[in-house]
Design a protein around this ligand. Structure first.
Ligand SMILES: NC(=O)c1ccc[n+]([C@@H]2O[C@H](COP(=O)([O-])OP(=O)(O)OC[C@H]3O[C@@H](n4cnc5c(N)ncnc54)[C@H](OP(=O)(O)O)[C@@H]3O)[C@@H](O)[C@H]2O)c1
Length: 303
């Protein structure tokens, strides 16, 4: 696991109000980092303060708002001075789950704004500080950054993009001694799963009825399967926090960390299975028997 942590090194974690970001911010605080924990509400800042050491400072940060990004980074800069920022953990994220035909252009834009463009804005604003420290950037992607599940097309688009973005960034920042790692969690039970279900139902209900009906049965089965998967997952947020800590402290951090058995399995399957086999596997999961059996009745609209 993590090698020796140099006490007081500064790290900014976005999306620290709940779930993985919160677990990570608290773990890094426990390890002795000076943590700047990005939240969007004062109430979340208060809760984090109460649960952490005085080293942890909540920072108001909405990654989709440029002025918020600028203010947060200015605040960090004023605190760290010439030491710079050792770590930037781009964790904030949302997940739009719905059949792509039901996803509006605005929803897709919001998905990409949060999970990709927002991180880009934070990275650009923070890079002078990270370069100063010859530090590390950790981008949180997903096991779905390599395999696109049906009904998670918008989310997968953001995660596939983040993977490519991170590879390019790692190669560009190498000459400056700045490391870039990607952490790909598998299913870990956090509030994101309830939000996925809520957004999914809302999106389906907001789509034209004749379109929604085409997908409803399979999509609802998919949401139920997702929910079971999250509840049954043995992976805990602490495993994610450990992976981030390794990326921030190891002498030679990995370019990719797969957290959880399902994430590791997805990575292998994406490399060895042909698309036809993956298509059939997903069709079985969502109960689309036309594709699962390869019958000629399949018209290609569903998965
Ligand atoms: N849990 C999993 O199974 C899983 C699997 C693969 C990947 N991931 C990835 O892990 C990351 C964390 O997810 P999680 O499971 O911890 O979900 P979560 O509990 O829903 O946390 C998401 C965090 O992102 C924040 N956020 C959302 N939009 C934001 C914005 N515009 N600006 C700043 N912060 C924003 C949320 O803040 P608010 O509370 O203010 O909304 C919250 O702090 C995400 O990037 C997700 O894609 C999670």
């Amino acid at each position: 696991m993590s090698e020796q942590v140099e006490k007081g090194r500064a790290v900014l974690v976005s999306g620290a109000s709940t779930g993985l970001g919160r677990a990570c911010a608290r773990h890094l605080d426990h390890l002795g980092f000076q943590v700047f924990a990005g939240v969007r509400r004062e109430a979340d800042a208060e809760a984090l303060r109460a649960a952490s050491s005085p080293r942890l400072s909540p920072v108001l940060l909405d990654v989709t708002r440029e002025e918020s990004v600028a203010q947060a980074v200015a605040l960090v800069s004023a605190q760290v001075g010439a030491h710079g920022l050792w770590g930037l953990v781009n964790n904030a994220g949302i997940c739009v789950s719905a059949p792509l035909e039901c996803v509006s252009a605005d929803q897709l834009r919001h998905q990409l704004e949060t999970n990709l463009i927002g991180h880009h804005a934070v990275i650009r604003a923070s890079l002078p500080l990270v370069r100063m420290a010859h530090g590390r950037i950790v981008n949180v992607s997903s096991g779905l950054g390599r395999i696109a599940s049906p009904y998670l097309g918008a989310y997968a688009a953001s995660q596939f993009a983040k993977e490519g973005y991170s590879d390019a960034l790692r190669r560009e920042l190498r000459p400056f001694g700045v490391g870039v790692s990607v952490v790909q969690p598998g299913a870990i039970r956090t509030p994101i799963w309830e939000k996925v279900s809520e957004v999914g139902h809302r999106t389906l209900d907001g789509a034209p009825a004749e379109v929604a009906e085409l997908y409803r049965a399979c999509f609802l089965r998919f949401l139920a399967a997702n929910d079971r998967r999250a509840r049954a997952s043995a992976t805990r947020p602490e495993a994610f926090a450990d992976a981030v800590a390794h990326a921030l402290t190891a002498r030679r951090p990995k370019s990719r960390y797969r957290v959880g058995r399902d994430s590791r399995l997805t990575s292998v399957l994406s490399r060895v299975l042909p698309d036809r086999v993956l298509d059939a596997a997903f069709a079985t999961i969502v109960g689309d028997r036309r594709l699962a059996t390869g019958s000629s009745g399949y018209q290609g609209a569903h998965v």
